[in-house]
Write a protein that binds this ligand. Sequence first.
Ligand SMILES: Nc1ncnc2c1ncn2[C@@H]1O[C@H](COP(=O)(O)OP(=O)(O)OP(=O)(O)O)[C@@H](O)[C@H]1O
Length: 330
Amino acid sequence: MLRVENLSFSYDKLPVLASIDLRIQRGEHVAIIGESGCGKSTLLKLMYGLMDLEQGEIFWEDEPILGPAFNLVPGMPFMKYLSQDFDLMPFISVAENISQYLSVFYPDELKERTQELLEMIELTAFADKKVKTLSGGQQQRVALARVLAQKPEVLLLDEPFSHIDNFLKNSLRRNIFNYLKEHRITTIVATHDVNDVLPFADRAVVLRDNKIIARARPMELYKNPKSLYVASLFGEASMISIDVLKTYANTKRKIIVYAHEFRVSPSSGFHVTVEKAYPMGSHYLTESKSDGNETIYFNADKLYPKGKEVFLNVAIETINQRIQEAASNL
Ligand SMILES: Nc1ncnc2c1ncn2[C@@H]1O[C@H](COP(=O)(O)OP(=O)(O)OP(=O)(O)O)[C@@H](O)[C@H]1O
């Protein structure tokens, strides 16, 4: 188990993390999510021992993870950390970068394993190319293979697919996250991208204002977001007063509704005026204003012009589910 106990950290007296407690089981895959600058990378660096803690302790099983004040070589040998700059050897080939940490005493195994990792990152055809000649996305894939080759017990990944195009991203995610699960490698991923979180993470931890504000299975967080901040990490969402959605409900309490949960009606429902629409392929993400001047996002299957008045409805099951969840959070 990885244990983070009462961790606090500041850069030049600017607090970034305060009183963080976290337990991650061996083999678990945890996503650290939150807005840019909330401290995700800092938490990963502290977990790896790259910086000294200001307060608190971190353990992997019973071994304390210590920073540079206690370790000449920063970083723990049973862990690997893939930062946003990839730490590759630019003047040697892709295959050599990947196999650098494999044992030369077992040449067949070395070749086989390098081949397996090249296939996983879909760069077999580039095996003999020098890393410096690769694109940013290709270098990120080599960096991923290079950390996997080292068979860490714990892998810390900071935005691991940020440079990779959408065309490849999904298959790479499946290849890599399935591999990590099969090999029971404890994985902690700092990410902005819900596609790294919902399909793969066992748990998501949400950071905001130096603190963990939510932790749960990703689908629980998604279905029952405790705040607009949490919902917004998963998609466009709005806060709506219950009585405007359910006219007979006599309460001003608000619930969160995702853009895709609204249905457009020409004649009845919650009245809004269209401000702007963004084509998203399968639908138009439409920005509108309510009569109370709140910004409401909804998905529409056609393009509504600015100024168009429409009515929005939300399925009664969704409203009731959010009301129940809001009550259970009280
Ligand atoms: N070396 C540093 N010196 C001073 N301040 C820093 C340093 N590194 C990060 N910070 C600050 O600490 C805060 C947290 O940064 P961090 O990189 O951990 O956030 P993040 O959540 O990973 O952001 P992003 O998602 O944009 O990568 C930010 O306000 C950042 O400006």
